[in-house]
Design a protein around this ligand. Structure first.
Ligand SMILES: [Fe+2]
Length: 281
């Protein structure tokens, strides 16, 4: 099994579905990364099956220590967006019990699966330990959240969010690494734009990678352009970018990750400077 939703997903959806299709046992659960909507059900699955749980070594700390996940990811920008008690209790509800990871995955690891295999492709950026899983005989790639196109949106809820990644350079390198692969079918975890589908054929996936890279380059350019009128702090800059790209439908707490990631990359490349809490060109 690849990923398992939030804490309530196994009892509500996954086990009823497995029963329906005649699968009695989960023997192995791979967490593609340490976010609660992908690994929150892990401890429940472990307790209710014989499953061993595997994840990339760099995301194991978040899977095994939810206070750390809260601190380093969910509440990373709480100086701008303080989390109230309700949000914190919702986080703990969705992430479930902490789960001991049984097998540490590294890049290139091969996981045997019923006569075939899955190869671990380490694709950091979204998180440090994000992985894709590649099935070589059919050339299928499970990308989870490692590639995010131009973000997510919902017309009915009237929101749009930019891709979420915490390390821009790593995300860029991961996209380029995936571009080198000859993929026949890609399966992702959310309906990322512009395709808004979770299954993409090879050609579509290549276009999707290019669009992901285009957005990446656009972010760099946009930040540099806006900072010509700077200096701005992270929140002010995020507001401007979010308004521009999402036409005012953006969710700021979500968009701040990508803006910060690009700022750190531009700082490192000495394209911007930082002084007294503000960024300038
Ligand atoms: Fe994620």
């Amino acid at each position: 099994m690849i990923d398992c939703g939030i804490a309530s997903s196994p009892a509500e959806y996954i086990f009823p579905y497995l029963k329906q299709v005649g699968i009695e046992e989960v023997s192995f659960l791979i967490n593609t990364h340490g976010h609660q909507d992908h690994m929150g059900g892990s401890s429940y699955i472990k307790e209710n099956s014989k499953a061993k749980v595997a994840a990339h070594e760099l995301d194991v700390p978040w899977i095994e220590n939810h206070a750390l996940l809260l601190k380093e990811f969910v509440a990373k920008y709480d100086i701008y967006f303080p989390l109230n008690d309700k949000a914190i209790s919702e986080f703990y509800k969705s992430v479930g019990k902490e789960c001991k990871v049984d097998m540490i995955l590294k890049d290139g690891a091969i996981i045997p699966v019923d006569g075939s295999e899955l190869k671990v492709i380490h694709t950091p950026g979204h998180t440090k330990g994000s992985i894709c899983l590649y099935e070589p005989s059919e050339r299928i790639l499970f990308t989870s959240d490692a590639v995010q196109g131009t973000g997510l949106s919902s017309e009915s809820y009237n929101f749009k969010v930019l891709p979420v990644y915490m390390d821009a350079e790593a995300y860029f390198n991961s996209l380029n690494r995936l571009k080198e692969m000859n993929i026949e079918l890609a399966l992702m975890a959310h309906d990322f734009e512009p395709f808004k589908r979770r299954v993409l054929k090879g050609e579509e996936f290549r276009e999707y990678l290019n669009l992901s890279l285009n957005l990446f380059m656009k972010m760099d350019e946009l930040i540099l352009k806006i900072l010509e009128d700077g200096p701005y702090d992270l929140l002010a800059l995020t507001k401007i970018i979010s308004d521009k790209i999402t036409e005012g439908k953006g969710i700021l707490w979500n968009d701040i990750y990508i803006v910060d990631a690009h700022l750190q990359r531009l700082l490192k490349g000495e394209k911007v400077s930082y002084s007294e809490g503000k960024y300038l060109r």
